[in-house]
Design a binder for this molecule. Structure first.
Ligand code: ADP
Ligand code: ZN
Length: 532
């Protein structure tokens, strides 16, 4: 260690100025940098655009030795390394895009101690060859970028990440810093567990992106027209990303937007890498380009002035939604996250989940994540409050910068229905999932469902059969909304059982009423064309 943490401010500040040309650290950067320079571990939760890179790049230049940065994406590594080299930093990367000669050159530099930072793909890092190299070279720190990729339950699982605990076993004295822009509580716990970060200091900058305005509406059968109107009214001639679920839909939408006079380019994994590269570069370089993409596009794209991110389909989790919408407005200027979703999306996503070969436990988590996403769509409350609550953060006041705050939706008095739902959860012991509780509420009286209810004696509960006024879908909507407003919690790690939170008591006791968003009747949606 070159400097103790007491006087770490000096050299870190010098590096910040002389290498990166910035006057001051932002927010928690200073504390994080101090922690790592002092030799401690850190888990950094910081929204996109918050400035995560400097959190390890500055310590990399202050501490002795080479910093090893694990990153899942080749494009991201290349951009970061180029930017560092332009600032005169000795940085290189090692991944499958290098030929043998180039890789050999980088390895030699590394072995001689001639690098400040080396970016390495996770699968390469844990090879015996790389581990051997690292044993011969002083390492200043390990940075694990996109750390949520380690989580099996996360939305972006990469199996190679799970082997990264080897870093701590082989190099216990080297500080580690793990960074992510998106991780709900279970994912956070899993990062700490899998990477053995129990002693790490957690730096949570909060997830709010106040400059992003959220807007979610139902697909009225003409989502593209809705999108067109949104762009013309708000972002004509500006850069944006439009996400679609399938490659086919990407191409159709890009063509359609082009016919409508926009500059719209497709991006998905089925296009040749030349076309993808070209389209990405035009998006980054030219003004006012709209990229229409599957979720294959975006991770590591650092374009500060993306003015809108639009979804023509429902993302499969709040994390995915947060991460994708987070690509808007990295420069801090007002930007929009706009979505039109339909019931058909829910059906498609559910089918994809059910048909996947994943274990039952994983499917269960995915179902809950999708439900939480729907809860966000269906809420009449402030979107930002619901979004942040999902990341375990409370926003005291409604934000005033989302569709629900700006144009309050129609609501209904759901107090009685909510009381029935909550007391049924309570009476069945807070040990069951939503579907079961709904069966009890609706008084299911035949088949296996009924046998199960009888076996628990729940057919004798006072709440058995008190909810026949709503159908199954309507009850499920209500439960999702109860979760979205924080009256019910879900035990993700258990079997998806729902439980009452403290906030549920006043409603249950009749001291507080509850209004919820009026949802369109499902019958109406059946006639939807899915062509948009
Ligand atoms: P993240 O990885 O968290 O999305 P980046 O590390 O790419 O964010 O940083 C986002 C932008 O903010 C970059 O353009 C970066 O140069 C800039 N930035 C980061 N820290 C500072 C700072 N202390 N002062 C000024 N600009 C900063
Ligand atoms: Zn709001």
């Amino acid at each position: 260690m070159l400097f103790s943490s007491q006087n770490a401010t000096g050299p870190a500040q010098d590096v910040l100025r002389s290498v990166f040309g910035y006057e001051q650290f932002r927010h928690q950067q200073q504390a994080i940098v101090d922690q790592v320079i002092g030799g401690g571990d850190a888990l950094v939760l910081m929204p996109t655009g918050g400035g995560k890179s400097l959190c390890y790049q500055v310590p990399a230049l202050v501490r002795e030795g080479t910093a090893v940065v694990v990153s899942p994406l080749i494009a991201l590594m290349r951009d970061q390394v180029q930017a560092l080299q332009q600032n005169g930093v000795r940085a290189e990367y090692l991944n499958s895009s290098l030929d043998a000669d180039e890789a050999f050159r980088v390895e030699s530099l590394f072995r001689q101690g001639d690098l400040d930072l080396i970016y390495v793909a996770p699968e390469r890092l844990v090879t015996p060859r790389m581990l051997g190299l690292m044993e011969q070279t002083p390492i200043s720190l390990f940075a694990i970028d996109e750390a949520h990729c380690v989580s099996q339950w996360g939305h972006d699982f990469r199996p190679e990440y799970q082997q990264l605990c080897i870093l701590h076993e082989r190099f216990p004295a080297v500080p580690r810093i793990a960074l992510t822009a998106t991780a709900d509580l279970p994912t956070r716990r899993e990062i700490i567990e899998r990477l053995n970060l129990h002693d790490a200091e957690v730096f949570n900058s909060g997830f709010d992106r106040p400059n992003i305005r959220y807007h979610i509406s139902e697909n009225q059968g003409n989502a593209r027209e809705q999108l067109k109107r949104f762009i013309l009214n708000n972002h004509e001639g500006e850069a944006g990303i439009v996400y679609c679920l399938s490659r086919k839909r990407v191409e159709e939408t890009a063509e359609w937007l082009t016919r409508q006079g926009f500059t719209a380019l497709p991006y998905h994994a089925g296009l040749s890498s030349d076309i993808r590269q070209d389209n990405q570069e035009r998006f980054l370089r030219d003004d006012g380009v709209i990229i229409v993409a599957t979720i294959a596009f975006g991770m590591g794209i650092d374009k500060p002035d993306v003015r809108f991110v639009a979804h023509l389909n429902l993302p499969k989790s709040i994390e995915a939604y947060y991460q994708e919408t987070g690509r808007a407005g990295r420069d801090g200027l007002p930007s929009d996250a706009w979505m039109a979703y339909g019931l058909q999306d829910v059906i498609t996503l559910r089918q994809m989940q059910e048909q996947s070969t994943a274990e039952e436990a994983r499917k269960r988590v995915e179902r809950h994540k999708l439900d939480a996403m729907l809860g966000l769509c269906e809420t009449h409350a402030c979107r930002r409050q619901v979004l942040l609550r999902y990341f375990d953060e409370e926003l005291d006041e409604p934000c005033g910068n989302c569709d629900n705050c700006l144009t309050p939706p129609q609501t209904w008095d759901a107090t009685v229905a909510a009381q029935k739902a909550l007391s049924c959860v309570y009476r069945t012991g807070q040990r069951f999932g939503v579907n079961y509780v709904v069966d009890v509420l609706r008084g299911a009286n035949s088949g296996q469902v009924f046998e199960r209810i009888q076996s628990f004696g729940h057919d004798r509960l006072s709440t058995y059969g008190i909810g026949s006024e709503l159908n199954q879908g309507e009850w499920r909507t209500l439960f999702r909304q109860l979760m979205a407003v924080g009256l019910l919690g879900v035990d993700y790690e258990g079997h998806g059982s729902v439980f009452l939170t403290d906030a549920a008591r006043p409603v249950l006791r009749g001291e507080q009423t509850l209004t919820l968003r009026k949802m369109p009747k499902p019958e109406k949606q059946k006639t939807h064309k899915t062509s948009s």
